[in-house]
Write a protein that binds this ligand. Structure first.
Ligand SMILES: Cc1cc2nc3c(=O)[nH]c(=O)nc-3n(C[C@H](O)[C@H](O)[C@H](O)COP(=O)(O)OP(=O)(O)OC[C@H]3O[C@@H](n4cnc5c(N)ncnc54)[C@H](O)[C@@H]3O)c2cc1C
Length: 466
């Protein structure tokens, strides 16, 4: 495993005799161009690899992926699948000796069936493009990461991505009916089915979704679309501090109301968004909660939400029209890009039981005080999924020193509260140190055995996920 330090310059020397070189020499879509290798070396996690991958296969078709994996398997060359490179766990990071298989060029929507409410897409299609195409039929694709405009469906499947609408409609897994996957040796596997129901055999869809490119490369997916809600209602509420906002979010869950969006942002994040976008959220409070409801009774459900949070909020604002609602949703989507303007950002992704959000926020404040790392927090509150964002000096590493200590403390905080290491971004490289502690020996060794059966030469995204 390559050791990462921010101060280590990435080398761009290309070795000429290695398993990777054999793949690159034989594949018609391969490049060893230094710029292409640099562009494929990392993602948006803040991780800086100390070396560059040996080359990149720019796949344009299923055959390109089959050929790349057939060659890699024959030569024992490690490969790193890559979509749009927006991952936050260094899952798509690649190093010397590795070949990146970039499927972002496989970006066609192959079919939309408005009656069955399904879409068949290639892996490089951007999430927002699926939604734009579905909207033309009065439909939508529910898993909508804040990165919707820049992340690919293949990456979403590999990380089992979540998003704001997951509060009501579930994460990526709940919207995937079937997959076509190229296995490590180049064989093609079809998982799942085209129907809404079906239980023949083991659920291989579930195994591949969230496997972070360690079990195969997704080359086609059948997605489940849903009818666009007839009505949506949106509110923003402000609170004295983030603990009060956390208690309000838990009160909504306890009242058994089903928002379609329920997002939290703390005061420092509001300040960063205001600074980047010229908005004025921070002067209204020390924390922000965004709630949306949809369906015929959306207005009634939003009344219930307003009622549930009233004891905690300092003010509540209902969006008067779609423009105002979109501006509130945009404030949440702007959080990560705004923080990226302040320094190197490393994003935590812990999830806790939803009634323990306030305790989690308090614990994060303690971690910031103890480690001296600036922590900005947002959360998908309806899922108990917190994103504590560490912002360090651009020259500081995130894989050692105070930032690493803070990530470890966050994991242990989540565990103490009955939670988990990662809610939706995946383990990648950055969180591997803590995987064993959460899974335990029996589960981890079984997972390794599954990996060994599916990828016996261990070439697919080695050192990631498990
Ligand atoms: C501003 C911003 C906001 C974000 N908001 C969210 C959010 O709200 N929710 C969320 O879940 N994530 C979020 N993310 C993280 C990121 O966008 C998601 O993890 C996304 O699913 C990654 O997709 P990608 O195409 O960029 O994948 P990549 O970064 O290219 O790859 C991610 C992982 O998937 C694997 N992979 C990629 N394509 C394939 C394939 N076809 N077959 C097999 N494996 C593959 C890679 O090897 C890697 O392990 C955000 C990121 C940014 C920068």
């Amino acid at each position: 495993m390559t050791v990462n330090t921010a101060s280590t310059a990435a080398t761009d020397a290309t070795p000429d005799s290695s398993p990777a070189a054999a793949v690159l020499a034989a594949h018609p879509q391969a490049t060893t161009d230094a710029e292409a290798r640099r562009a494929a070396a990392t993602d948006r996690s803040g991780y800086i690899p100390a070396t560059l991958p040996d080359g990149v296969v720019l796949a344009r078709s299923v055959d390109d992926v089959v050929e790349a994996l057939r060659l890699a398997h024959a030569h024992g060359a490690p490969v790193v699948p890559r979509g749009a490179g927006t991952g936050l766990a260094a899952g798509a990071s690649a190093h010397a000796g590795e070949v990146v298989i970039d499927v972002s060029g496989m970006n066609r929507i192959l079919a939309i069936d408005p009656v069955e409410m399904t879409a068949i897409v290639e892996p490089g299609v951007l999430n927002a493009e699926v939604n734009a195409a579905a909207a033309r039929h009065g439909l939508f694709y529910a898993p909508d990461p804040a990165s919707t405009a820049i992340c690919s469906i293949g990456g979403n499947i590999a990380t089992n991505a979540g998003g704001m609408w997951c509060a009501k409609y579930g994460v990526t897994r709940e919207s995937i009916l079937g997959l076509t996957v190229v296995l490590a040796d180049g064989r093609i596997l079809r998982t799942g089915r085209a129907t809404i129901k079906g239980v023949t055999g083991y659920d291989l869809n579930a195994l591949f979704i969230g496997s972070e490119g360690t079990l195969g490369i997704v080359v086609e997916a059948t997605l489940r679309l849903r009818p666009k809600p007839v009505r949506t209602e949106t509110l923003a509420a402000y609170f004295a501090d983030i603990e009060a906002a956390g208690r309000a979010a838990s009160a909504i869950t306890a009242a058994r109301i089903q928002p379609s969006i329920l997002e939290l942002m703390d005061g420092p994040t509001l300040e960063a968004v205001d600074q980047a976008e010229g908005t004025r959220h921070r002067e209204l409070g020390g924390a922000f909660l965004l709630a949306q409801t949809d369906g015929y009774g959306a207005h009634l459900e939003l009344d219930e939400i307003a009622q549930a949070i009233l004891p905690y909020a300092t003010s509540i604002h209902r969006a008067a029209d779609a423009g105002e609602a979109e501006a509130l949703v945009k404030a949440r989507r702007d959080a990560i890009p705004s923080l990226e303007k302040l320094g190197r950002v490393s994003i935590g992704d812990i999830a806790v039981p939803r009634n323990r959000l306030a305790e989690a926020f308090a614990g994060l404040e303690d971690i910031a005080a103890k480690t001296g790392v600036r922590i900005f927090s947002v959360a998908h509150a309806a899922d108990g999924n917190l994103h504590p964002m560490l912002v360090v000096d651009p020259h500081e590493p995130i894989t050692e020193g105070p930032a690493k200590a803070a990530l470890g403390d966050m994991f242990h905080l989540a565990r103490r509260l009955g939670g988990t290491l990662t809610g939706e971004h995946g383990v990648g490289l950055l969180k591997r140190d803590w995987v064993g502690e959460e899974l335990g020996e029996t589960s981890r060794s079984l997972q390794q055995a599954i990996k060994d059966v599916i990828d016996p030469r261990g070439i697919l995204n080695p050192g990631k996920a498990i």
